[in-house]
Design a protein around this ligand. Sequence first.
Ligand SMILES: [Cu+2]
Length: 123
Amino acid sequence: MISIIKRIVKTGTVALVCAAVLGLSVKLYAGDSTESPAMLAEHIVYIENMEFSPSQLQVKVGDSITWINKDFVPHTATALDKSWDSKNLSKGDEYTLVVTADIPTDYYCFYHTNMVASIEIME
Ligand SMILES: [Cu+2]
């Protein structure tokens, strides 16, 4: 009799632990899907053939944008008001900017002022 009770108690305990683990993992999963890191995008703009590609990019606040220079000549990605600036990017160099709500969205290459592009910050 005692051994049966012991077995029931044991089984019950195991079930409780299982439920707790399941509950915890469901909670963690919900946390992952509602918090933003998984939804933040990492955009890449290639600088190639004297152009930014894409030259117009839609982003959201919190996204990151990485410019990668694929040309042999150096370039920059520089806000028109210079408030953000990759500085010199030689071939293969990268510059990453995290999008905030107030950044200027028109930019150009400091060395080649006909190279212009923009980002659009979406709601
Ligand atoms: Cu350039």
